[in-house]
Design a protein around this ligand. Structure first.
Ligand code: NAD
Length: 720
């Protein structure tokens, strides 16, 4: 019998077992009704003499996906989570968590107050709070180290990634895996335990934490891991401090008190707001405002990639990783062989690093088929073109694809900046043409800019966004406008870096300032990585004189300094190393070019460096937003965090500007405009929001948007 009572937990019984089923679709978060239901039904089961054991499980595909994020910052209704968890932990009758699906965050913490845990082979457990700038604040930092040892617990909490049922069993997070009916197995499991005098409580398992006392390595290793993988983040240090308390406090409840204090500190830290903004921002970015949710998707069962170079190879891996068979076409047999070799090598590296099993590698490799002929693409549902960046060549290839592929196939280009409409015009199906701008290395970088051409159909856009999700990309839509979103913003940022060099800063000062701000790589190290010669060669070829901003980098190229590729650029590199060493021999070049162009070199503060580079991003972002090239300001934050190494804990450039206050942002820009009026034209949208005391965050109103941009009427961004 199933009794539907108030709240969001269902209560039923099977013989001497009570079953509490969390029912809060779609993912069973711990909302107020769930907390109330858990408390109430644990008491009910305990006061029913016919009940001897309790199963706690979830309805649908989730066990409990975690806290209800929508309740953050509000006064919670009903009992708090700690109260509900205490009822479970001190239940007189044994409780087994029957983990039917995802048990994340508060979900796993709920399972940890149960006496036993059993999961299906599809169960997934994890404590992802660190990704939101938080720590597991419902006892997770105190119970997990007791269950699996502090070292493993720290790894799990600092990574914040979910763990499969098998791994959870190996590590001791769960006690058993059910291969058949979970509830039946949980009942059998419980019947076995019912006669015992005592049932284990995780809070009482002190062996592993006591063993860790005095072992400084555990915390030192965790600190090193956090410094490497979560540079600049606040929450990891708090998590480590909590585990330190779990190790050293004699009394479990004293550790819990510390956890509560450290949790509160995370909650009020601005990083938490920034990271939650990114969590929601990524979900928002995947939606296209004017495309109905029910738009049918074109099924993608087979794919093609044209060009087996740097990008084509990575994109082929993405299809294969998503389980989609992919043909890789190149015109050049040697390049094709080399491209397939690189793919194989990349997978082998994953196997060597323990990120993939040999069998998995064989399975994905089997999905990737090289070819030299377009006829082989006749049955694909999508092709991504990744040949050299040349419009004539791309148009020629799209014509061939139009002829040889099924009329319904989507044709996508990985162009970094060519006009998608011009590419589409070479086909008879412009509605099926779209830009898919992956970032290098495509199999690793999470950003995907989906470029919407004038005629890209709703179905094409929706299908490519869904494909991005399947490939685990952070997908963002950009209108077809020069530089799309990311590179257009980047141009102002690198412009400022180059101007700072002319005005008196040195590359390592600029890089260090921006890296201490949190950027993963400063602009000069980045330019060295990309190659200084690309722009220089292009300008030479076109017979264009170096613009002021490129005078220094072009002079470096004249002196045979191209960047990492020939071990010298803004920095020097030792053989086989990517570590930049200062290049004092360049300083005379900087000085003489500055003088030649009438700059009086001066001391420049780190703050000025940060402000000029980062606010350049913000101003261009505001302009992009007002033109409607991006749908929302959060989209630009997603682009910068996933494609350009912007620190996630600052929430992206637009979120950073919000936190600084748009009034302050415009004030600083006005100050810079005094010496460079031409560059610092403050976006009218930014001025408007600042004057209103408002923030970025809402889609601009229709009046704020200019007409949809096209290449013809857009300003020439140059240099992107
Ligand atoms: N490399 C990057 O960092 C990066 C990042 C984002 C986007 N992109 C864009 O991706 C595209 C590919 O760049 P890449 O760096 O992978 O280039 P690449 O030079 O590494 O590879 C290009 C491949 O295309 C093949 N090719 C050339 N003409 C062809 C034809 N007619 N038919 C079939 N194959 C042909 C070549 O043989 C070569 O294997 C460009 O549009 C580039 O702008 C590159």
């Amino acid at each position: 019998m199933t009794e539907q009572l108030k709240g969001k937990v269902n209560y039923s019984t099977q013989g001497n077992i009570a079953i509490l089923e969390v029912d809060n679709p779609p993912v069973n978060p711990l909302s107020s009704g769930v907390r109330a239901g858990l408390s109430e039904y644990i008491l009910k089961a305990n006061s029913d003499d016919s009940i001897e054991g309790i199963i706690l499980t979830g309805a649908g595909r989730s066990f409990i996906a975690g806290a209800d994020i929508s309740e953050f910052g509000q006064k919670p209704d009903g009992p708090d989570l700690h109260t509900a968890l205490r009822e479970i932990e001190f239940s007189k009758k044994p409780v087994v968590a029957a983990i039917n699906g995802t048990a994340l965050g508060g979900g796993l913490e709920t399972a940890l107050v149960c006496n036993y845990r059993i999961g299906t082979n599809k169960a997934i457990v994890g404590l992802p709070e660190v990704n939101l700038g938080l720590l597991p604040g419902a006892g997770g930092t105190q119970r997990l180290p007791r269950l699996i040892g502090p070292s493993q617990a720290l790894k799990m909490m600092l990574a914040g990634t979910p763990m499969s049922a098998k791994k959870a069993l190996d590590q001791g997070v769960i006690d058993a895996i059910s291969e058949n009916s979970l509830i039946e197995d949980a009942i059998l499991f419980l019947q076995d335990k019912i006669g015992l005098d005592e049932h284990p409580k995780v809070r009482d398992k002190n062996d592993k934490v006591i063993e860790a006392r005095g072992d400084n390595n555990i915390l030192a290793e965790a600190r090193a891991l956090a410094a490497k993988t979560r540079r600049g983040q606040f929450a990891p240090g708090q998590i480590i401090a909590c585990v330190e308390a779990a190790i050293n406090e004699d009394n479990f409840d004293d550790g819990m008190k510390k956890e509560a204090d450290y949790f509160l500190e995370c909650l009020v830290n601005p990083q938490r707001e920034a990271m939650i903004h990114i969590f929601f921002g990524e979900r928002a970015a995947s939606k296209i405002a004017d495309i109905p949710k029910e738009t049918p998707l074109h099924p993608i069962n087979k794919a093609g990639v044209v060009g087996s170079g740097t990008m084509g190879g990575g994109i082929a891996m993405l299809f294969a990783n998503a389980g989609i068979p992919v043909l890789v076409l190149d015109q050049d047999e040697d390049n094709l062989k080399r491209g397939m070799g690189v793919i194989e090598k990349n997978y082998k590296m994953m196997v060597d690093r323990g990120r993939m099993l040999e069998e998995q590698k064989d399975a994905v490799m089997q999905l990737i088929t090289p070819t030299l002929t377009y006829e082989d693409l006749s049955e694909v549902d999508i092709v991504v073109e990744a040949v050299y960046e040349n419009l004539d060549l791309k148009q020629e290839i799209f014509q061939k694809l139009d002829t040889h592929t099924n009329a319904n196939a989507i044709l996508a280009s990985n162009t970094s900046g060519l006009d998608i409409d011009a590419i589409a015009s070479s086909t008879s199906r412009p509605g099926k043409v779209v830009g898919t701008h992956f970032f290098s290395p495509a199999n690793i970088m999470r950003l995907l800019e989906v470029v919407r051409g004038e005629e890209s159909s709703d179905e094409t856009m929706a299908t490519v966004m869904a494909l991005g999700k399947k490939m685990n990309k952070a997908s963002v839509v950009s209108l077809n406008a020069p530089g799309f979103i990311g590179n257009r913003m980047l141009s102002g940022y690198t412009y400022q870096a180059n101007m700072l060099l002319l005005e008196g800063a040195l590359p390592n000062q600029v890089d260090n300032a921006l890296e201490s701000f949190g950027m993963s790589m400063g602009p000069f190290r980045m330019m060295d990585l990309v190659g200084l010669d690309l722009g220089w060669r292009a300008r030479k070829l076109a017979g264009i004189e170096s613009p002021l901003v490129n005078k220094i980098s072009d002079e470096l190229c004249e002196q045979d300094r191209f960047g990492q590729k020939n071990a010298r650029g803004f920095y020097n590199y030792s053989e086989g190393s990517r570590a930049p060493n200062p290049a004092p021999e360049n300083e005379d070049i900087y000085k003489s070019i500055s003088e030649k162009h009438n700059f009086v070199r001066r001391e420049i503060s780190d703050q000025e460096i940060i402000d000029r580079c980062i606010l350049a991003l913000v101003n261009e972002g505001a302009q992009i937003l007002s033109e409607g090239v991006a749908q929302r300001s959060g989209d630009m934050d997603i682009v910068y965090i996933n494609g350009y190494g912007f620190p996630i804990w600052r929430g992206g450039p637009m979120c950073y500007a919000n936190m600084l206050g748009l009034d302050e942002v415009t004030k600083r820009m006005e100050e810079f405009a005094k010496s460079d009026e031409k560059f610092w034209k403050i976006s009218p949208l930014l001025t408007k929001l600042a004057t209103e005391g408002s923030r970025f965050g809402e889609a601009p109103s229709k009046e704020e948007r200019e007409a949809k941009l096209s290449f013809k009427d857009s300003k020439n961004m140059g240099g992107v």
